[in-house]
Design a protein around this ligand. Structure first.
Ligand code: SF4
Length: 363
């Protein structure tokens, strides 16, 4: 495995829509226990990896940790793994949890920062239960840039209750002012266990949702930022290599509660509970026949606008596309994919109706 994901499950507080595994406002003792096991895991599991080509530190809110704790993780990472010269090292940060000290540690440790913004509009930030303000992003970016970092992404959410397409367009325009080269734009979904799922909340209708989805392409193209996955946009060369390769079925190791790993055949997911993870409980294993796994890999690559080649698919899955010829021809007739010159790729319509692609290929 040459890709590593580290899950940091701590957050300052719980957002209203979130059902990810995360622990709000954890104290020092819990964090210390987590860090000890994490460092042990980094040492133990490094043997299963070759030289790393990408590392992604996600959460939770990794930037909730203190500067010295963040430093400890990257010291353990660098002591146990060898990193390729151009290894992409990403971390997720919520701007309001950053300070000078953390930014200084991160500037020495990573080369890509993904900011959880969700909305620049105070009204919608409040509905989502987000802390901080857009000024925090401005300050953080300024400091990172002073330290020589330039590779930034922001997360935005659309489809927030009461939000109009114009409101969302305002968020996109604000995003462009920050001159970041990557955006992840997600449609608001309330996970079952989240606070908002229990409230009587009306979200925008499906047509408005679709208008917002398309607004991304319209506004971001002004800055030559293009969609390359259902929810992800980048200027040329600024795509997230880690996620892109994983969508194309690459192997990866995940460390931390609720982190998944994939060794080319099987996937396993660590228990989504800190206690269970600290007690080293066995992960949940997703063992399925090779052909079904290959079908999943094929379908997930088609979440992007990058093409599959047969060689790449064979290398990642052990199969050729021809195995799914009937399904692929049907999808091509429906205008969801194209196949020409040995390249298989999704169309924009394919991204909108990706569930149909997945259903046809996987089932
Ligand atoms: S949305 Fe992000 S910051 Fe908010 S509770 Fe969930 S993991 Fe934490």
């Amino acid at each position: 495995m040459k890709r590593l994901y580290i899950h940091i499950p701590f957050c300052a507080s719980k957002c209203g829509y979130c059902a990810f595994y995360s622990i709000p406002a954890a104290g020092g003792e819990i964090i210390e226990k987590y860090l000890r096991r994490l460092c042990r895991e980094l040492e133990k599991k490094s043997r299963t990896c070759g030289e790393l080509e990408s590392v992604y530190v996600g959460g939770g809110t990794p930037s909730f940790l203190a500067a010295e704790d963040i430093e400890r993780i990257f010291t353990a990472l660098k002591a146990n793994f060898s990193l390729s010269n151009n290894c992409e090292i990403s971390i997720e940060c919520n701007p309001e949890t950053l300070n000078d000290e953390k930014i200084s540690v991160l500037s020495r440790s990573v080369n890509r920062v993904s900011f959880g913004v969700q909305s620049f509009n105070e009204r919608f930030r409040k509905i989502l239960g987000r802390k901080g303000s857009p000024e925090n992003l401005y300050t953080a970016l300024e400091l990172f840039r002073k330290n020589g970092l330039e590779n930034f992404s922001c997360d935005l959410i659309h489809g927030i209750p009461g939000q109009t397409t114009e409101d969302y367009a305002g968020d996109l325009e604000k995003f462009l002012q920050f001159n970041c080269k990557h955006l992840s734009s997600y449609s608001l979904t309330f996970e079952e266990a989240s606070r908002m799922s229990k409230e009587n909340i009306i979200t925008p209708d499906p047509e408005t949702e679709m208008e917002m989805w398309r607004k991304n392409d319209e506004i971001l193209s002004i800055a030559k930022i293009k969609r390359y996955e259902v929810s992800n946009f980048a200027a040329e060369g600024s795509e997230c290599v880690h996620n892109l390769e994983i969508w194309f079925g690459d192997r990866y190791l995940g460390i931390g509660p609720s982190a998944s790993s994939f060794d080319g055949k099987n996937r396993w997911t660590e228990k989504a509970g800190l206690e269970e993870w600290l007690n080293e409980e066995e992960p949940d294993r997703d063992i399925i026949p090779a052909e079904r796994r290959a079908a999943e890999i094929l379908a997930f690559g088609l979440r992007t606008l990058k093409p599959w080649t047969n060689e790449k698919f064979r290398e990642r899955s052990g199969f050729y596309f021809q195995q799914w010829e009937k399904a692929l021809c049907e999808l091509e007739r429906e205008g969801l994919i194209t196949m020409s010159n040995g390249l298989l790729e999704s169309t924009m319509k394919g991204l909108i109706f990706w569930n149909n692609i997945a259903e046809k290929i996987i089932n």
